[in-house]
Design a protein around this ligand. Sequence first.
Ligand SMILES: NC(=O)c1ccc[n+]([C@@H]2O[C@H](COP(=O)([O-])OP(=O)(O)OC[C@H]3O[C@@H](n4cnc5c(N)ncnc54)[C@H](O)[C@@H]3O)[C@@H](O)[C@H]2O)c1
Length: 288
Amino acid sequence: MPTARSRRGDRSAAWWSMSPARPGREPPGGGKNALMDPKNAVALVTGGASGLGAATARRLAGAGARVLVVDIDEERGRALAGELGGAFARADVSDGASLGAAVDQAAALGPLRIAVACAGVGWVARTVDKTGAPHDLAVFQKVVGVNLVGTFNLLRLAASAMAKVEPHETGERGVVVQTASVAAYEGQIGQIAYAASKGGVVGMTVPAARDLAPIGVRVMTIAPGLFDTPLLGLLPAAAREALGASVVFPRRLGDPAEYAALVEHIVRNPYLNGETVRLDGALRMQPK
Ligand SMILES: NC(=O)c1ccc[n+]([C@@H]2O[C@H](COP(=O)([O-])OP(=O)(O)OC[C@H]3O[C@@H](n4cnc5c(N)ncnc54)[C@H](O)[C@@H]3O)[C@@H](O)[C@H]2O)c1
């Protein structure tokens, strides 16, 4: 007489053993649920000349993707693209025409299936400073313009290009990975503009995934904690060490390669969609 537990076990065993005969139910990794492979795909990475974007460009190129590095830093962007056997486009993510030309360039290289938004800027200023002066409005608009509007600009243009590529047999055409920050949840004193811009990126994640489901494009967001990139490299070593020690475990700054590894996993895992993943070693930022 089977117990409740063994009956449950039977059911799950049956699910897998029956699945090859049932369309769309094969275990991940083969058949109709085959993972999306960067090989033979074009990947566009904004902010690809430096830090998290450069690590992502390297990782995806290593996985066989044809990479288009997009950045306003032409010298470093071209150098990396040359090293990876990829291509470079100089574009400001907050500008429709300039990023549109870059997306067209990517689509001309082959099927554009991967777009990663890493371009971003930071700024430190309080809403009202110690002298009583209000935050500079143009600075707030600039930070939101690059980090939030720039990310949306990539999302809309890349997804529109992806809508024209042949779908895999699962119906999936591509994936867009956005970059927020833990500041979206715990913005520190002076991070009002940055936190607003990153909160907007988190907020776009679910509606973007819903909007783009009919064309088979997934949308995921990564919220990094503290990563060792040129952004933090400007700080003295002692300050960087102190920041690293504030991380719960592992007690260090994140390695850009760890961010890039998550991007590759998101690309390959077809069931990740509409979610923001914190990548932060359990860090919770304090007010300052
Ligand atoms: N490093 C961290 O600890 C950390 C933490 C959380 C979030 N982030 C986010 O990750 C992303 C990448 O940061 P990073 O640390 O690699 O920084 P980074 O400064 O090393 O790289 C950012 C790149 O974006 C480019 N860029 C800036 N403005 C642009 C524009 N308007 N158009 C096109 N390119 C532009 C820069 O030229 C640079 O190459 C940013 O969005 C940042 O906010 C970083």
